[in-house]
Design a protein around this ligand. Sequence first.
Ligand SMILES: *Cc1c(COP(=O)(O)O)cnc(C)c1O
Length: 497
Amino acid sequence: MSEIFKTTATASPETNPLIAEIVRQQTAGAELLDPPGAIRREWMAAVFQHGETYLSQMLAGPAYGPAKPPPATTDPFISETTGDLQKALAYLRENVDHQGVNIAAGGNFSYIPGGGVFHAALGDYLAAITNRYAGVHFGGPGAAQLETDLLDWLAAELGFPKSTAGDLTSGGSIANLSAIIAAREAANIRSANIAKSVVYLTRQTHHCISKALRIAGLAECPRRYVEIDEHYRMQPERLADLIAADRSAGLRPCLVVASAGTTDTGAIDPLSDIADISAAENLWFHIDGAYGAIFALSDLVRPKLKGLSRADSLVVDPHKGLFLPFGSGVVLVKDGQKLYQAFQERGDYMQDVVDLEGAISPSDFSPELSKHFRGLRMWLPLKLAGVAPFRAALTEKYLLAQYFHQKLSENDRFEVGPQPDLSLVIYRYLPRRGDSNDFNRKLFEAIKDDGRIFVSSTAINGTVYLRLAILSFRSHLPDVEMALAVIPQIAGHLEDS
Ligand SMILES: *Cc1c(COP(=O)(O)O)cnc(C)c1O
């Protein structure tokens, strides 16, 4: 092979028939990567039809589909030769599309439901077709600007000032990681002072914070789990006590992580009080609002999030409360310089990358360089639907949760958790006999097997609860009525059996 390439330098393919033939063969193969218009149209039609069929079946089908063993097939999983789109779609239909949680089904009330609005699929399609480079302004000025403008829009909605910078990430976990790293840099936590640099959180803080602390090299920071109240919210007086105790022990309080909507119960920590303490004590105040921060779009719910805009850093998950498909998180840092300082780097091979006037590139605020043009999947839904339907949907989910809480509270066979701060209710059945944890675990399984709705469970201080998290954009009153019918009915059957 190297002999052939040596020849290429001195002779054109025309003058070297061997090379000309080899190139022709390889080009014929490579050209299959660029299908012509007629094929593109045929494929688009087939993929669109697959999506339509999926949607109609999913809407009529169970909220949870059981795993099935892979069917016996002679088709190789991947081969060297051209494949057939219909066969590929059939594979998805059989093995992927209907197994596990139907995330965007109205009856999906598990974990924190994700979205999947149709508009976002079109955004993803356009992002993939154009593949504009959203990492640096120089490479894709329009793409980078669109993402910057989108972050500015979200920051303004959430009450953050113009100094804010952010990053469109793949999800909440990575967004939280970026915030923790920005906090580490801002608080100057180094190996020399790590054992003295204290982090405050609660037992209800999402586990991705613990993961982020480890990844960020902060596993050895002393961690204080602040006591929570009967609504599962951080107690600010206890936070203040812990900080005072740590200071008198010669430690260095650095970072407090509050939740705007915990995953277990949907509780909003008292953000204003925590902001006061953080300001007085000079702590970095991070809010994990992956689930709840977006409820600030709802006029009705916004007052409950008072103090949100006082955070130094905030995480929002558009693939939850903006109903986008998985792959969209956001981190915002109020002093944008701090995010820049945490992530800005340059390589020699980037010497042509000039900063456009006044514009800092998205990759300067991110651990990523080449990145998916994520902005399109968020911008297009907002553009096409307008913001009002998102506000309406969030207010609706909040009201549905209040309704579910009230109705289930009227059933004395159930113990129902606190009135929901957001759109999440915890509850458990109180069986007449036997262990209540065992019973509620069985109840979870039976609801899953029934399939009409899907809920998830949790254990808080050793007590098993079922959860109803209302955040699928397709969950409306009839779905909640269904849950109110199905859960007591299945519990009753289980108790009688
Ligand atoms: C979902 C969630 C996360 C994690 O976000 P991912 O997008 O799943 O990575 C973090 N915190 C809270 C409160 C969440 O609800």
